[in-house]
Design a protein around this ligand. Structure first.
Ligand code: BGC
Ligand code: CA
Length: 351
């Protein structure tokens, strides 16, 4: 780095009121001054009690080791609590905020706080609206392309239906009668998965009939309750169970097994999820869940930490990383459709 560059960098850092980056090496490979000050990342998880997010949290913790100090908060599904946690982290002098919103619509309140203190924010898992993203030049998103998970789930469902139509079309009416357990309404992943999974099946030329749809709020216990009610109402008319995530697929499976389903071929009901969490991969191997879509927790955690460390130390967001930004200021980790045939892809991602 040229001398002028170093001076500019130092001035910039002093203006930010932080000495982060003091331990950076110059071109000769010697430290520029003093002890390196650790970068402080202030993070929130919308609630620890969410199976997929527990894997993302672990990935973040692992990735941060040796690179930064991490302040991690459980927002307990309470947006007001999360905003207080953000105030506290700002008071503690965090250099970057990594925020898994409780309510995707609350992004403007978070941005307002961060902007006042000139702290960059990287949202993850719950994507804010474009207007919010555009309101602050130092905010970005790490996650997925929600639509892709729906399309991939729908593809698995359509392929399997075509192959097994003889057996799976129980009432022989040529139509696929399904029930759908949705994630949190208004969550971009829940909305897109619900729409595109079924659309993909229709695009494959399969006629469908929706017996029931309701939210299970991403939660296994709530999904079991829904499924219990639907089994008593529709019983054997249910030809497929579509779930917006794996937690709810496990909940639906528990309900179906309790009612005597899935114990042999004649009582088989195909269930689909999204995430590819290890518990579901085991059920796929046992033949109890038909398919899922890998939601790559490990790489989402990795991208989030790499970007956070970069911006916190005044570097370019994407410096020395494999990630790209799209036109919505987002880094998107790809989804992969998973069934018995490529189960190792899911297993490798969650190792
Ligand atoms: C995951 C869900 C999770 C939700 C939390 C989604 O991307 O698929 O399992 O509950 O994010 O926001
Ligand atoms: Ca049918």
């Amino acid at each position: 780095m040229k001398k002028r560059g170093i001076i500019l960098m130092l001035t910039g850092m002093l203006a930010l009121g932080t000495l982060v980056g003091c331990g950076n090496k110059n071109d000769e490979g010697t430290a520029t001054s003093g002890e390196p000050q650790k970068i402080k990342i202030g993070a929130t998880i919308y609630k620890y009690d969410d199976s997929f997010m527990s894997y993302v949290r672990r990935a973040i913790e692992k990735q941060t080791e040796g690179k930064a100090e991490l302040i991690m908060n459980d927002s307990q599904n309470d947006q007001a609590k999360q905003l207080e946690q953000i105030d506290t982290m700002i008071a503690k002098g965090v250099n970057v905020l990594a925020i898994n919103l409780v309510n995707p619509k609350a992004a403007p309140s978070v941005i307002e706080k961060a902007k006042k203190e000139d702290i960059p924010v990287i949202f993850f898992n719950k994507e804010p609206e474009k207007s919010a993203m555009d309101s602050y030049d130092k905010c970005w998103y790490v996650g997925t392309e929600s639509k892709e998970s729906g399309v991939l789930q729908g593809k698995l469902m359509a392929d399997d239906w075509q192959k097994n139509k003889e057996k799976w079309d129980k009432n022989k009416d040529g139509k696929l009668q399904y029930v759908l357990i949705k994630g949190e309404p208004g969550h971009p992943d829940a909305e897109a998965r619900t729409k595109h999974s079924i659309e993909e099946v229709k695009n494959a030329g399969i006629e469908v009939e929706e017996l029931a749809i309701d939210t299970g709020m991403w939660d296994a216990g709530k999904a079991t309750e829904k499924m219990d009610a639907w089994i008593s109402k529709y019983g054997d008319n249910i030809e497929m169970v579509v779930c917006n995530n794996d937690g709810m697929a496990l909940g639906a499976l528990a309900s179906l097994e309790k009612a005597g389903y899935l114990k042999d071929d004649s009582k088989y009901v195909p269930i689909y999820g999204v995430d590819a969490i290890p518990e579901v991969l085991d059920k796929i191997k046992e033949g109890k869940i038909a398919g899922t879509v890998l939601n790559d927790a490990k790489n989402q955690g990795k991208a989030l930490v790499e970007l956070s460390v970069n911006v916190a130390s005044g570097k370019d967001l994407l410096e020395n990383t494999e990630w790209k930004l799209d036109d919505k200021k987002a880094v998107r980790v790809p989804y992969v459709g998973i069934n018995k045939e490529n189960i190792t892809v899911g297993e490798d991602a969650y190792k």
